[in-house]
Design a protein around this ligand. Structure first.
Ligand code: ZN
Length: 417
């Protein structure tokens, strides 16, 4: 890890993203310690710098953000489903719930370290994770945090509480969330954040949900919860609780601007309005949803209703540009329209993930902007057509996504060069 205090990035095309969203030519970016110190015309930089990066033939972008991830799931890559699964419930029972029961604390550490290293290679510098290891709950978030610290990236962690393994493990899940949230609040380390993790409405009874809500509210934290991922989640909640998933979460006070509802594939208009009205963020995970055959979330309608929709990968990848492309294709296919959803899909990664992450990182992420944390990615790219702020998103989806990441910087440290 390079520990240069000042890094000057010159000769690249700078795509700032953020509110300003400019494409700048002839500009250089100066990083000083953890922050972006200055962005201005290249000729104005005449000082001595610890490190100068020549970004000729490259686009300079803010580091990518993943708003829904499961580090531990990457442990079974290549294994396939352990048994044929006819629906989402069987995918959970045959694969994920068999895996997570086996995880030890050591497995949790390595299963985080591997995708984090992969994230560096793909320019993803911030990840919002959702962790499960029911027979190694206590201390699991600390060992994952150790891997996050070692790789130099930043992550928000939570433990996915559920009733599926009995009351004792559910209690442990609450305690693990509480302990890690308290740790993060005390340390205020900008590499680490915490949310209160809930598996899903169909694996959490009212008693546990109440206790979790109470503990979360006492700590003034948001929640991270799988929400109406499959239609079976809605069926279960209607049958057992007499209400739909989002309504139930709302009744328990789980929704709000600090909460992330992952998936929201099967939400109706009223539920979209509840998400929008409470400011709850949605993490859209198109590749996972298609792989599990649960459907495609209508992010066009959600956006129209004012829901903030970000992009996660649900552990399918840490390559956010791959997920971005899938998001666009999925809207085209599900709406039977090759011209719909471009801004809605592209905005998830380009703008909305930063808006979501900035709720936890105090507005310092997701843009090449003076004063922001220096999370910067350089991608090799020779645009074959005009490249400016009006064409940037098209280049991002169809061109930049096909180019290798050359350099990844997080908090002003060069993690890959
Ligand atoms: Zn998930």
């Amino acid at each position: 890890m390079n520990k240069a205090r000042t890094i000057l990035i010159k000769n690249g095309i700078v795509a700032t993203l953020g509110d300003a969203n400019k494409v700048l030519y002839g500009h250089a970016v100066l990083c000083e310690s953890k922050f972006i110190k200055k962005i201005s015309p290249q000729k104005t930089f005449r000082g001595k710098y610890d490190k100068v990066i020549d970004a000729t033939g490259q686009v300079v972008l803010p580091g990518f953000i993943n708003t829904h991830m499961h580090f531990y799931s990457t442990m079974v890559r290549g294994l396939g489903k352990a048994a044929p699964s006819a629906n989402f419930q069987q995918v959970l029972e045959n694969l994920w719930w068999r895996l997570d029961k086996k995880l030890t604390l050591e497995d949790c550490y390595y299963s985080a370290l591997l995708p984090l290293i992969d994230a560096v290679k793909h320019g993803t510098t911030t990840l919002i994770d959702h962790h499960a290891s029911p027979f190694a709950v206590t201390g699991s978030l600390d060992v994952i945090a150790k891997a996050v610290k070692q790789t130099g990236l930043r992550a928000s962690l939570c433990y996915e509480l559920s009733d599926r393994d009995g009351a004792a493990i559910a209690h442990e899940g609450i305690d693990e969330n509480v302990a890690f949230i308290k740790r993060c609040q005390k340390e205020n380390d900008d590499q680490l954040r915490a949310l209160f993790g809930l598996h899903a409405s169909f694996t959490i009874g009212d008693k546990t949900m109440e206790r979790a809500a109470e503990a979360g509210h006492a700590l003034k934290t948001g929640f991270h919860v799988h929400t109406a991922e499959a239609k079976s989640d809605q069926d279960y909640n209607i049958k057992n609780f007499g209400m739909r998933v989002v309504e139930r979460l709302h009744r328990h006070g789980i929704l709000g601007p600090m909460t992330i509802a992952a998936h929201c594939v099967h939400v109706n208009d009223r539920e979209m309005e509840l998400l929008s009205g409470t400011g709850t963020a949605v993490a859209h995970n198109p590749q996972s949803n298609m792989n599990n055959a649960v459907g495609v979330a209508d992010i066009i309608k959600m956006t129209k209703k004012g829901v903030l929709v970000g992009l996660g990968t649900d552990a399918m990848t840490v390559n956010m540009l791959e997920e971005l492309r899938a998001a666009l294709w999925a809207q085209h296919l599900s709406h039977d329209n090759p011209s719909c959803g471009f801004m809605e899909a592209l905005s998830t990664l380009a703008f909305n993930n930063a808006k979501i992450a900035n709720r936890y990182w105090n507005g310092k992420l997701g843009a090449i902007k003076e004063g922001n944390l220096a999370d910067i990615v350089l991608i090799d790219y020779h645009p074959p057509t005009p490249f400016d702020q009006n064409t940037f998103l098209g280049h991002l989806c169809f061109g930049l996504s096909q180019s290798p990441v050359d350099t990844t910087i997080a908090s002003g440290k060069i993690l890959m060069e």
